[in-house]
Design a protein around this ligand. Sequence first.
Ligand code: KG4
Ligand code: ZN
Length: 365
Amino acid sequence: MSNPTLILGIESSCDETAAAIVADGRTILSNVVASQFDLHRPFGGVVPEVAARAHCERVTALVDEALVAAGVAFDSPHNPLPTLHCVSAVSVVHRPGLVGALLVGMSAAKALALAWDVPLIGIDHILGHVYAPALAGFARYPHVSLIVSGGHTCLYRVTSPTEIETLGQTCDDAAGEAFDKVATMLGLGFPGGPALAKAAESVPDSERQIFRDVVNASRTHAGEAENPLDFSFSGLKTAVYYHLRGTTRGRGALRAISDDERRAVAASFEEAACAIMAGKALAACRQEKIAALAVSGGVACNARLRAMLTERAARERNAIEVFFPPPSLCTDNAAMSAGLAYHYYTSGKFSGLDLEVDATPKRAR
Ligand code: KG4
Ligand code: ZN
C-alpha cells in the first residue's frame, strides 16, 4: 500500500493559532489549537495587534507539537523520534481574517514549504469550515452547508469538496458576532457565544419568547428583499439593546436587570437567532431540493441550534438529514484546511511562494 498523503495545515486567521496533520484529506493524525481568550478578555474583544504577536510566539511550537503528535518528523540530529512519513504539502489559511494575524501563519508556512521543498497550498478559511463535516465522516454530496462563525454567516450548495456555490450570506452582523455583542450588553464576558449559551441553558420555552416577533421581521429586512437566503441579525441585536434600555428614544444607559431577567433575555435572543439560522438553512434545502444539511463554524457548537435544526429538519415534508461535526471541528482549527488542501493537492492546484494574505471574504462562485 502506498504511503498516505500527509498535509500540514497552519491556521492563524483570528485569535486561534492552530496546526494539524491530516492524511489523505480524511484522517486527522493531530490537531492542536492554542486559543488566545485570556489575552483578549480584558479588552472585551479580539485586538488584532495582540493576536498577531501571540501567533508569532506560538506558531513554531504548535507546528512542532502537531508533527510530534502525528508521529511525523524530519531527519534531524535534535529529533529523538524516528522519521515515519514525510509531509507532502503545507496548507495555510490566507483569507479572510486579520491581516497581521494571517501574515504570521503565512510566513511560517512559506518557510516550511521552502525548507522541506514541498508545495504550498493557500486555503480560504470559510471553505475550510465547509469541509469540517467531511473530516467528521459526513460524505453526502450535494449538500447544503450552513457556516455560522464569529466573522461569517453563509449558506452554500456543496457539490464536491471543491465545488461550492454561495446561496446566501449575512447583510450585516455574523451570527457569532451577534451572540458576542449581546453577551457584552448582558455583561456575560468574553467569548460571548458560549457564555450566553450557558446563561440560557435552563430557561424554559415559555421564557424564551421576548424577541419572537423579530424573527418574522428579519425575514423582510431591506437587504433580504433581493435574496431570501441572505441573513440579517442587526434588527434582533437592536431589539435586545432597546429592551435592555427600556426605551427606543434618545441615548442612555442600560437598565439594571436581575439575574433572572438576564437569563430570559439571553435565552430569548438565542431562541430568535437560532430560529433565523434554522429557517434560512431549511429554506435553502427546499430551494435546492437537497435533503442533506451540514452545519459548521463556532456557533454550530450551540446546543439549542443543534436541537432546533434537528427537530425542524425531521418535520420537513422530505425529512432532511442534518449533520453537525463535533465542537472541536466546528470552532477554528487547522485540520479543516489541511483536509480540504488534499483535494487541491490531488488536482495539482498549488500556490506560489508569492501567495498573499487577503482580509476580505471572497464569494464562492
Ligand atoms: O468559527 P469560530 O471559532 O471563529 C471564526 O471563524 O469566527 O467561531 C467563533 C464564534 C464566536 O463568535 C463565538 O462566540 C461563537 O463562535 N460560539 C458560540 C458558541 N460557541 C462558540 N455561539 C453560540 N453558542 C455557542 N455554544
Ligand atoms: Zn472560523
